[in-house]
Design a protein around this ligand. Structure first.
Ligand code: ACO
Length: 431
């Protein structure tokens, strides 16, 4: 590693002047793009803890103060007043819709919900116990083979059709993946239902019976989807942007986001939280599990705790924690009440423990989302697909923003090479 490249002043390195990039909110960034040419060094930032990969107008997070804004609007105001489709319009277009714009958007989403019949046949090829996230990654990637009217990434109309189509079809795909995993017939979408009511019906209705959507369940999903719709340059969004920066087909780029979201350090955490609570089982076992989480020789972590950006309460967790009470009261479901009480006890003990306090480890949004999903009767392996449905909006908005930016170039980081220096080939009989 190069010696002595210290920052002397806020914008120079070893005498090299580095320009600032000024945000409208938050921390300014030092523009290091010219550094390699002028100073002959790279910047080293594995896991990108100090690196801004782009400029973006979509979402602002203040991790120290627990603030989250979509296009300037605080998340708690949106969750309390808006619908998921309204928030989707906002994230994609930059402004809240007028009544006419909202009607047109709803109409467009409603009429893109069906899947091509040949695509529906793909589900039969998956093994019955395939994880729904595995099916979703494959099916979304294959959308590129069906919708050729959205493959010109330089045409803004194509880009918009792609985003509408993705937001419309992702609930149909997730519900079909679920139906396949339980061996039931896939239910077609219904145009007379709202976004989340339609999803619930596609997941839980069967052709043999009538199905009434519970408005409490539908509203709960609306709230959860708004909270999860975007979160600036998280791992899955950055993955979509990186794949998209090559000029890849947008459906293929979006499928990489689904794959990245699946990991337990990211969107898979909601499933992992519920598994963890079930494993802990009883409040009397909480101290033992807290000790395990603190033990560096034990791989166990408190799932749903900690966040790369929030070093304060995740504002989404605050909305969801209050909402959890309402949902559990409505369903009066003793099993989930017990899980919620256990979660509250775990939260209480952790927040009083020096290890968690010193590291600013607070519950994140997924500490509670799984409990709400469980109360709604959504099976554990569908928790992360629910997140994927919501985040499809953010992925699409970021892909569109990137494609609109004339300065976009292929994302291509460098490395610090630590392997062998050059050596000569050795024939097999001499090794
Ligand atoms: N339990 C116990 N210790 C933890 C936890 C946890 N959940 N999270 C972080 N720590 C510890 C780390 O071991 C580290 O300790 P050290 O300083 O003694 O080495 C310190 O806190 C800092 O943590 P990092 O791992 O460096 O934080 P990072 O930003 O890399 O990771 C992450 C953030 C992945 C969210 C991490 O906190 C984690 O794995 N949490 C559990 C999984 C989870 O809930 N993920 C959901 C994220 S939110 C979302 O995607 C919606």
């Amino acid at each position: 590693m190069a010696d002595n490249y210290t920052l002397s002043g806020s914008n120079s390195t070893d005498g090299t002047e580095l320009p600032h990039v000024e945000p409208t909110l938050g921390t300014p960034a030092v523009d290091v793009r010219g550094l390699n040419q002028t100073a002959g060094v790279f910047t080293f930032d594995p896991a990108f803890t100090a690196t801004c990969s782009c400029e973006s107008d979509i979402t602002f997070i203040d991790g120290a103060n627990g603030q989250l804004l979509y296009r300037g609007y605080p998340i708690d105001q949106l969750a309390a007043n808006a619908s998921h489709l309204e928030v989707s319009y906002l994230l994609i277009n930059g402004e809240l819709p007028s009544r006419t714009q909202m009607d047109q958007f709803r109409e467009s989403i409603t009429h893109h919900t069906m899947l091509n019949t040949s695509l529906m046949n793909f589900f039969d090829s998956f093994h019955y116990d395939a994880h729904p996230m595995a099916m979703m990654t494959g099916i979304v990637g294959s959308l590129a083979a069906f919708y050729h009217d959205t493959t010109d990434i330089h045409d803004p109309e194509h880009r918009e059709t792609f985003a509408h189509r993705m937001i419309a079809k992702i609930p149909t795909i997730a519900a079909a993946a679920y139906k396949h995993s339980v061996g039931q017939p896939i239910m077609s979408p219904r145009n007379n239902l709202g976004y989340t009511s339609n999803l619930l019906r596609m997941m839980f209705a069967v052709p043999a019976e009538d199905y009434e959507v519970d408005p409490v369940a539908s509203k709960a999903l609306e709230v959860l989807f708004m909270l999860h719709a975007d979160h600036e340059q998280n791992a899955s969004t950055s993955t979509v942007r990186m794949a998209g920066s090559t000029g890849a087909n947008p459906y293929a780029a979006l499928s990489t986001g689904i794959a990245a979201l699946w990991g337990p350090a990211h969107g898979g955490a909601n499933e992992a939280v519920l598994n963890m609570l079930n494993e802990i089982g009883d409040a009397s076992n909480v101290p033992e599990y807290i000790e395990k989480a603190k033990d560096k020789n034990d791989p166990f972590k408190l799932m749903g705790f900690g966040h790369r950006v929030y070093k304060n309460f995740d504002p989404r967790a605050l909305v969801i924690r209050d909402y959890c009470h309402q949902v559990l009261d409505h369903y009066n479901n003793q099993g989930n009440e017990r899980l919620f009480d256990l979660a509250r006890e775990l939260e209480r003990v952790a927040l009083e423990d020096d290890y968690f306090v010193e590291r600013a480890l607070y519950p994140n949004v997924d500490f509670y989302s799984g409990i709400i999903y469980a109360a709604l009767g959504i099976p554990t392996n569908m928790f992360t697909p629910m997140f994927a449905i919501a985040r499809t909006v953010g992925w699409s908005a970021h892909w569109m923003e990137m494609m609109n930016d004339p300065g976009t170039r292929i994302a291509r980081p460098r490395q610090v090479y630590t392997g062998y220096t050059q050596r000569d080939y050795v024939p097999t009989d001499k090794r």
